[in-house]
Ligand binder design. Sequence first.
Ligand SMILES: Nc1ncnc2c1ncn2[C@@H]1O[C@H](COP(=O)(O)OP(=O)(O)OP(=O)(O)O)[C@@H](O)[C@H]1O
Ligand SMILES: [Mg+2]
Length: 583
Amino acid sequence: MFKRILGYTGTYRKTTYAAVVAMLAGMVAQVLPFWFIYQIIKPVLTHEAMTAEYVIWRIAAIALCTILYAVFYIWGLSLSHNAAYNTLKNLRISLQGKLEKLPLGVIQEKGVGAIKKTFIDDIETIELPLAHAIPEGISNIAVPVLVFLGMFLVDWKMALLALAALPLGALAMGMMYRSGTSKMGDYYASAQKMNRTIVEYINGMEVVKVFNRDGESYHRYERDIKNYRDFTLAWYKVCWPWMAIYNSLVPCVALFVLPVGAYMVMQGVSTLPNFALALCMSFGISAPLLRVMNFWPTIARIDFAVSNLEQMMNEEPLAQSTAVFTGHNHDVCFENVRFSYKDAEVLHNVTLDIPEGSLTALVGESGSGKSTLAKLLVHFYDVTDGAIKIGGQDIRQMSLEALNNQISYVAQEQFLFNISLLENIRLGRPAATDAEVMVAAEKAQCGEFLTRLENGIHTMAGDGGKQLSGGERQRISLARAILKDAPIVVLDEATAFMDPENEEKMNEAIAEVIRGKTVIVIAHRLQSIIHADQICVLDAGNLVAVGSHTALIAGCSTYQRLWQAAEGSAQWKVTTSREGEMI
Ligand SMILES: Nc1ncnc2c1ncn2[C@@H]1O[C@H](COP(=O)(O)OP(=O)(O)OP(=O)(O)O)[C@@H](O)[C@H]1O
Ligand SMILES: [Mg+2]
């Protein structure tokens, strides 16, 4: 696992290695004073003559080591944090690049909460191994090992004695890791679920307030939060006893050495100075060994986070190449297209030709697959079977960027970023000047509502564009499309705003967007598309007819039904407005 994590560091790997070296030096400086203490004790034990100078030098060396330890440790920490946070930055950027290339379905299935957790929490957990566990862990283990080896050369019996407490410590560590891992799956899944539920609850606040004040959604919220508490406590519960055993065993290294060592000296198996050396060094290495322990419980958690991160990194991306657009024109062809979001197929063998420069309308009942067809054309998903081509080039044979340059897509549900309306429109063409953005806004009929806003076009859009009405949001995104000026326009009409004034403005804005383009419009108001070059009728995922309004009225029963319903709703609108006049 640590190897995989080091793999993420890229160009910062050298910095991590430098941190390891600095921390190793720091650790040597931390353990050396115990050697100097031994040197001071030894002449006392062997009744050798000892000058004041001899003692002062060693005391000075101890003081110097203490300072060196602080300097090397801080230096190592700053190096390791530099490498860690730069690695986190790189990971977040590369994960975002990855996310952009995933089919929308994969993203929706995971849920915003879980994705947020991966981006923020999972990536953050990598800070611990990179900034601490790897550099500190290596030095905290390496230096005690070196000390043991040194002691082994001096007196192997005493060295083994100093090791005596360690197998028990290692056993406690191993047990904790095992039992911790068994609970980690539940703990991790509950954390992910809680994230998802909280995000969903806040996003759905509008619905919750109106319909469901203390209903199912709140219960789910409460349940997932309680589950997280329970699973976390369950995890700690199995880990704590082992942690306690280790924490009390390791500082006892000296406790084993003391009685047994003394006995060995009395029996003549070892000498008094070696006994003192073993005691001093045992004290010296217990602090680093204890510190290693602090990282141990987190290893299972890091392992989970890294696996989760890698799972997202390894998701199958959309089929695409890096090729530029080489289509010979902007004819759009759907060839035997089949598509399923999950198991059930929602588009069945759709074949449709949309000639360059024509206006094609897609009509059909709600759920018939109109928006899905549009989303496949803009490559939010890969077709399950068949192909979609522009000017003869399969959209899978071009980069997403090349495809994006050919199409302006105005979706059914509008999303605006919480930046100014001006910047929201500029997303259509980032290089556009303020003046060009203004012109596009004017053409998209945004002028009237922009003057009403206190800060005009510089008003912030609010989270997801919530400051604006549905109709206003749609016009902002039409302005985006006008600014982008791509040769193909896909327009998924929203049904939310139907008041006549708004409708008129929308029609004017739409006329501006589609001028001279290859246009696919998904129409809910059939009256607005009777002059389309071709009208395609979808029924439960089947393309049942293609033709002009007059031909379809004459020969397509599905279209007749849709038309009658549209006339009925127009009639209904007239009646209600008359009633309004009478009141
Ligand atoms: N993200 C999704 N995951 C699973 N199924 C989906 C998803 N989006 C749409 N569907 C299903 O696919 C079918 C076609 O949906 P689509 O949104 O294309 O319909 P539509 O014709 O645009 O409807 P409307 O007129 O209401 O906008 C529907 O049965 C819908 O339930
Ligand atoms: Mg739709």
